[in-house]
Design a protein around this ligand. Structure first.
Ligand SMILES: Nc1ncnc2c1ncn2[C@@H]1O[C@H](COP(=O)(O)OP(=O)(O)O)[C@@H](O)[C@H]1O
Ligand SMILES: [Mg+2]
Length: 399
């Protein structure tokens, strides 16, 4: 394959290892500076310029988009996606993982263990928020920090309040997160490639530091990952739209607590600690997936008027309970079930023999009108826009 590594650091350990691994496997590989692309939207088809000239054809890209260039970098990756060039990290995955709040919000509906986290704006809401996550000591995080910078442990509610107030006064948004004490300054970094963890290490903070980042002096050691940690890491990366990711987890009392999913994980620490060829595993995975460029499924499936994607929840009272999918009548109503979600497991392409249970959720494609009648108790939208009332603003009883 012909692969482009998008990076502004051609001499860094990670970039050099990836380039070497690709070349050793007989691929054509170029390291292209992310900031030298030009996104060309003037022609009939989406196109890209590089250093002012039209870019030649690539089979795949491997984005290594740094924190300081997220906006431009993800725009370049998105352009490659529009051109059907394969990328293991989606543009939306990179953007969403970069923001700790966004990432936590997206993961929160998927039964992934995470440290309890809140996000508030008003001063009056700060103390209740700290109490909601378990009180002091409490962790305060800037939304877009990396390498441990912008992660603070506040020993008391008073200090926490002062720190939050100071940061907010400089227009910085902060997360308030429970301090997972039992992890004792240690965390797990799992390197996910595709649907497995190819290497994992434990990072141990230096001295009385609580942040285990290597940039904060943390040391690393290889670990054999518990299946529970492996599953949490792989699912988190998949939910975030990243096929190559470094997932950071604390060792909580009830198992893995995912803190963040990094879209451009460094390779030096993990390759040194584990002596594993992580770069090679990444290149082999990309080589295998080149035929499957990213498709914005929702966007493509909703181009036919009246058709779309919806999730149908199988409620306790529903007459779908106990019926095989084939006898559910969905097909007859022009509805196709794409996946069946049951608890934390997902059955892709469920066949007609799957018997539905209360609590199941079916991700469906079909006629919106038909699906609407199956989605209970959602407010129906009235078709006509009403006239403005005589008294547009008036007193309403407090509820
Ligand atoms: N809620 C927490 N409880 C205990 N330790 C934490 C918590 N959040 C972060 N840490 C420690 O701080 C480090 C940095 O936090 P992280 O959210 O990964 O930010 P960064 O993006 O700067 O690496 C983690 O690797 C971990 O050692
Ligand atoms: Mg981290």
């Amino acid at each position: 394959m012909k692969l482009a590594i998008l990076s502004r650091a051609p001499r860094s350990y990670s970039t050099q290892r990836l380039r070497t691994a690709a070349a050793d496997r007989g691929h054509t590989v170029k390291v292209l500076n992310t900031l030298r692309f030009g996104i060309d939207l003037s022609g009939e088809e989406p196109d890209l310029q590089f250093r002012g000239k039209r870019l030649s054809t690539y089979d795949a890209i491997l984005p290594r988009v740094g924190n300081s260039v997220t906006y431009f970098g993800t725009a370049v990756v998105r352009q490659f996606e529009q051109m059907d060039v394969y990328t293991p990290s989606t543009s939306w995955g990179i953007a969403n993982s970069r923001d700790k709040l966004r990432a936590t919000q997206i993961l929160s509906r998927h039964n992934i263990g995470m440290p309890p986290t809140t996000f508030v704006r008003d001063r009056a809401d700060v103390i209740p928020a700290i109490e909601r996550v378990g009180g002091a000591p409490v962790v305060i995080k800037l939304l877009e920090g990396t390498q441990g910078i912008g992660v603070i442990l506040a020993p008391t509610v008073k200090v926490a309040e002062a720190v939050i107030e100071t940061l907010q006064s400089t227009k910085q948004n902060v997360l308030i997160q429970r301090f997972v004490k039992e992890s004792k300054g240690r965390d797990i970094r799992a390197l996910v490639v595709g649907d497995r963890v190819v290497a994992a290490m434990r990072r141990v903070a230096k001295g009385d530091e609580f942040r285990s980042n290597v940039h904060r002096g943390g040391s690393v050691e290889a670990v054999d990952l518990d299946p529970e940690f492996e599953k949490a890491a792989v699912r988190s990366a998949q939910i975030m739209g990243l096929r190559v990711a470094g997932v950071d987890m604390l060792e909580g009392a009830d198992g893995p607590q995912v803190m963040e999913v990094n879209s451009s994980p460094g390779l030096e620490g993990i390759e040194t600690a584990t002596k594993l060829d992580v770069a090679g595993a990444i290149i082999d995975y990309i080589d295998n997936q080149v035929a499957f460029p990213e498709i914005d499924v929702r966007q493509r499936l909703t181009v036919s008027t009246g058709y779309g994607v919806a999730e149908i929840a199988v409620l306790e009272a529903s007459d779908l309970v106990g019926k095989a999918l084939g006898d559910s009548g969905l097909r007859e109503r022009d509805i196709t079930a794409l996946t069946l979600h049951r608890g934390t497991s997902v059955i892709p392409n469920p066949n007609g023999r799957h018997v539905l249970e209360a609590g199941d959720r079916l991700l469906c494609f079909g006629k919106l009108e038909e699906m609407r009648s199956m989605i209970p108790s959602r407010r129906r939208r009235t078709r006509k826009v009403k006239r403005l009332p005589e008294e547009p603003i008036h007193d309403v009883p407090q509820t």
